[in-house]
Design a protein. Structure first.
Length: 293
């Protein structure tokens, strides 16, 4: 058992060694450890290099003496064969880079961007103007201040710009970029950005639509607070967003209080009638009746 006939002699197979007339499995040796070929063998993904088990070029020996690829973050340079980009990044120009409408943040994560340039991951507002040299301008104001007309202003001194002033219509996009709702709401956000870009190719009433984006972080309370800030401090003239009913109901109250329209792009149970509320998602009769038929 576990032998092959070699030149008329029963010889143990490569992963076994001969002891007391039988073949015993060779001891497995891990990466960066010495190996005695007669009684030991290197683990998978390694090779014997001058008596030491070394990981194959596509892998790196970690602290547990296992061979694993080194997974990089966005913006990291690929300088070795064992370095790989995770599935949500793509290798480009010798670096792991974000896909689609995202750009690398300061924490090696991907954050939403319109033009794919440098932005920081903890921005409170993304200012989408005309991209300059491929850089999407973004800034975060310190605590106690808010961003108004691209300037950090003390809360007590905030004087929102008149609606539609300076040839701009600000549209508040109340969505979660992070958290459990992030994947679903990011898809909505991308669609809304595509629509805004299409509108801006022709202009709207001679003005440019500028999105105001705050991360709701999958929290209805945060979404409601963000909606309030968008309208009162950041001069948003309309709101679009939310995925959950809790978020929707809270933002409806903000829209009613300040007299701004609010569009809810997710499925809706109906039976809501508010002057400032619009639902573009499917209603029960649109979803269930067709399924039953």
């Amino acid at each position: 058992q576990h032998t092959d006939l070699v030149n008329g002699t029963c010889t143990c197979q490569p992963t076994y060694h001969c002891t007391d007339g039988s073949c015993a499995a060779k001891e497995i040796r891990y990466c960066n450890t010495t190996v005695q070929p007669a009684t030991q063998q290197c683990m998978a993904l390694t090779a014997n290099v001058n008596g030491v088990c070394k990981c194959l070029p596509e892998y790196k020996c970690n602290d547990n003496h296992d061979c694993k690829p080194e997974i990089l973050g966005c913006g990291d340079a690929i300088v070795a064969t064992y370095q790989q980009c995770p599935a949500w990044l793509t290798a480009k120009d010798g670096k792991c880079q974000c896909k689609d409408l995202y750009a690398c943040g300061t924490n090696n994560d991907c954050v939403l961007s319109q033009c794919g340039g440098d932005i920081v991951s903890n921005c409170e507002i993304y200012r989408f103007g005309t991209p300059t040299n491929g850089i999407c301008l973004c800034r975060k104001c310190k605590d106690g201040t808010v961003l108004v007309n691209n300037e950090c202003t003390e809360n007590a001194q905030v004087s929102p710009a008149p609606a539609g002033s300076n040839g701009i219509i600000r549209l508040g996009l109340v969505h979660s970029i992070t958290g459990a709702d992030g994947p679903s709401e990011t898809a909505m956000l991308k669609a809304e950005m595509i629509a805004i870009n299409e509108i801006n190719t022709q202009g709207l009433l001679g003005k440019t639509v500028v999105p105001v984006i705050l991360d709701s972080a999958s929290s209805a309370e945060t979404a409601i607070s963000n909606a309030e800030k968008m309208v009162t401090a950041l001069s948003a003239e309309a709101l679009i967003g939310c995925l959950s009913i809790d978020c929707r109901d809270g933002v409806i109250d903000v829209a009613i209080q300040h007299g701004v329209p609010f569009w809810f792009p997710s499925n809706d149970e109906g039976e809501l009638c508010e002057e400032t509320f619009f639902s573009t998602g499917g209603l029960p009769n649109q979803l269930l009746v067709s399924a039953i038929n």
